[in-house]
Design a protein around this ligand. Structure first.
Ligand code: WT7
Length: 654
């Protein structure tokens, strides 16, 4: 009996890019990718320095990679660079000052188009305002903002003066802010009075006030006026953004910082214990995000790009701010919810701005499917040419819907696997080169040496499940966990010597595609067979009645674990005992009897993090009948847990 993860899912639909798409793409065929990839992993220094050359360096580096103190990497040592200059000044100097950087859409319907010149001037003014309040190189600044252009301005202004930003997602609570302030020892906060969400105002400033009742270290709170909701301003600490930039010079020279100067800390929750402060630095991070943006989205100068993430996530950092802006891309930024006022909001925006590259999450796609196709069919989406997904494995059925309904059957889908820790996309198709299959992120990016290893550290063969690792350092890798280098070493480098452990289970197929089967912590173990959650969930979602599902194991005397499936049904479908039976059999047919759920629990909603990831560990606690353990501060909707506990009791006893 092997300890490895077994993989039973098979998917045979293959979609090659059209000849027309490939002809114009940066990388035009699988052969070209294969040759480039081989060369890039044989000599990563050459590949990454070629990519770094596309950025503007005030002083060129002396060494590409110093790995002598592994796992603490130094990339582009000796180089001097300013991230804000690369995202702004460089494009203005190149004559692109009048090009729109951000087409912004507010939730209530207000709109702004901001050019690169304007974004540069706003950033310089705000950077000068930060300096005037004593904020300097190395200081930590917490940003808690709605999705407005000033969120990007705040990040770029910090980067410009060498302050380290720590963005906290606007949906997080006062407690999360306080924890992050304490860990980062931040001395300033940038926030807004409020932000619009589903027609209501999120009281951002009030949340900051509550956090600051319990944390003393903040000297200045900058407050942007967005919603005009009432706020309390504490004399001597709180200042209005508009007052601080009023009459301030828009000249703020971009100082070159060491390539390894910290750019930001972003907190991500571990499965246990306190959130981890993932630290990214400047030169390598920009090299990784800029090059992946160009190749993976096949970005060209006339594209209009839209990533629907929030700047509070790594996706927003890497693929709203730094990657696209370092490429001088024109993008859409939207403040609000996808279903406000109705489920067609996104498609209206795609049509209005002729969006050509669209990047979103599987959880959003499943929500659109559930809401019904009529919301999509009203609009002209013919401007789209590349579609992307990120965040979790995408169920093949959702992938097919995305391709047909949103992409009109014409757009390559890039399923991008990466993490807060990796900084940039690591496994993904190149849209003009890689044949895609629904559900696989396909192949490692250029310069990335990804592999799947078994318990003893041997490379797994095709269709053998194991642990996903990266065998060589890459420029946008995390440098440490802030103030906790021991946890950094243990979490990511403790399993195999000198090799990065991603914490995901995966397998390759006969064609060399990587399939992510889920987090290693979530793996099921049924009668000695280790199964990934993603496969069972995909099988459930492939049934016409199912909108979404989450599968976990429950302790079982005989089998070790029994499989419990939480299932959300499509609009209008009734939960019945017959359906429950049908779904069990469906999994049996799709995957095999071993994966058949022992119980199916119908649920109106699933517990998710604010970024839309299903929190399987909470479901595990529910089915084990135990107290909820670990950090629940990232849970989006606390009510859902009580409901699920009740539902499970009914099914289990019944
Ligand atoms: C974890 C990282 C990276 C930005 C958003 C999430 C899962 C992410 C995929 C994908 C399968 C994926 C993994 C990974 N994940 N993208 N395309 N296919 N799984 O960042 O919050 O740091 O989460 O998300 O489990 O380890 P994150």
């Amino acid at each position: 009996m092997s300890n490895n993860i077994e993989s039973l899912q098979t998917e045979n639909r293959v979609f090659a890019p059209s000849a027309e798409f490939s002809a114009k793409a940066h990388v035009k065929s699988l052969e070209e990718y294969d040759a480039l990839h081989k060369r890039s992993v044989e000599d990563p220094d050459a590949w990454w320095s070629e990519q770094a050359e596309n950025l503007f360096w005030q002083k060129k580096w002396d060494t590409v990679l110093d790995w002598s103190d592994a796992p603490f990497a130094k990339w582009f040592d000796g180089g001097k660079i300013n991230a804000s200059e690369n995202c702004l000044d460089r494009h203005v100097r190149d004559g692109k000052g009048d090009q729109v950087a951000i087409h912004w859409v507010g939730e209530p319907g207000d709109k702004r188009d901001i050019t690169f010149s304007e974004l540069l001037a706003d950033t310089c003014r705000f950077a000068n305002a930060l300096k005037a309040r004593g904020i300097k190189e190395g200081d930590r600044v917490l940003i808690y903002m709605p999705m407005v252009p000033e969120a990007a301005v705040a990040m770029l202004a910090c980067a410009r003066i060498g302050a380290v930003h720590s963005v906290v997602f606007g949906g997080f609570s006062a407690t999360s802010i306080k924890d992050r302030l304490e860990d980062s020892e931040a001395t300033a906060v940038i926030t807004a009075d409020g932000g619009w969400r589903r027609g209501g105002v999120v009281p951002l400033k009030a949340n900051v006030d509550e956090a600051l009742d319990a944390y003393e270290g903040v000297e200045t709170v900058f407050v942007l006026k967005r919603c005009d909701n009432e706020v309390t301003m504490t004399e001597g600490r709180d200042v209005w953004w508009h007052d601080e930039v009023d009459g301030v010079s828009d000249d703020c020279p971009a100082e070159g910082f060491d390539a390894e100067h910290p750019l930001f800390i972003l907190y991500t929750s571990g499965s246990t214990g306190k959130p981890k402060g993932i630290l990214h630095t400047t030169g390598g991070y920009l090299t990784g995000t800029a090059s992946t943006f160009k190749y993976i989205f096949d970005y060209k100068a006339d594209d209009v790009y839209w990533c629907t993430a929030d700047v509070g996530w790594i996706t927003g950092h890497s693929y709203i701010v730094y990657g696209p802006m370092a490429n001088g891309a024109t993008q859409v930024m939207y403040e609000g919810a996808p279903n406000f006022p109705d489920w067609d909001r996104f498609w209206q925006i795609v049509q209005d701005y002729k969006v050509s590259i669209f990047y979103t999450a599987p959880t959003a796609i499943r929500a659109f499917i559930k809401a019904g196709d009529h919301h999509v069919e009203k609009y002209d989406l013919s401007s789209l040419r590349v579609l992307g997904t990120v965040g979790e494995p995408i169920n093949p059925e959702a992938w097919m819907w995305y391709r047909d309904k949103i992409g009109g059957g014409r757009c390559p889908i890039v399923d991008t696997w990466w993490q807060t820790e990796t900084g940039c996309i690591m496994i993904s198709p190149l849209p003009g080169a890689t044949p895609t299959k629904p559900g696989t992120a396909t192949r490692p990016f250029l310069g990335i040496d990804a592999a799947i290893l078994d318990e003893s550290g041997n490379e797994c063969g095709p269709n053998e499940g194991g642990k996903l690792v990266i065998r060589k350092p890459w420029p946008s890798m995390l440098r440490t966990i802030y103030k906790d280098p021991a946890r950094f070493k243990e979490t990511y480098w403790g399993e195999y010597e000198g090799i990065y452990l991603a914490g995901d289970g995966a397998r390759t197929d006969d064609d060399g595609n990587f399939w992510i089967v889920g987090r290693l912590d979530d793996v099921l173990n049924v009668s000695g067979h280790r199964l990934g959650t993603a496969e069972v969930e995909s099988a459930l979602v492939s049934h016409a009645a199912v909108a979404e599902s989450a599968v976990v194991g429950r302790p079982h005397d005989v089998k070790g674990q029994a499989v419990v499936a939480f299932v959300t049904l499509k609009e209008g479908v009734e939960p019945t005992d017959e359906l429950s039976k049908e779904l069990r059999n469906h999994v049996g047919t799709e995957i095999g009897a071993i994966a058949k759920p022992d119980e199916v629990v119908f649920a109106p909603r699933l517990p998710k993090t604010r970024s839309g990831k299903i929190m399987r560990r909470l479901l595990k606690d529910i089915v084990a009948g135990s107290e909820l353990k670990g950090d629940t501060t990232t849970l989006e909707d606390h009510e859902v847990v009580a409901q699920l506990q009740e539902q499970f009791q009914k099914v289990f006893k019944g």
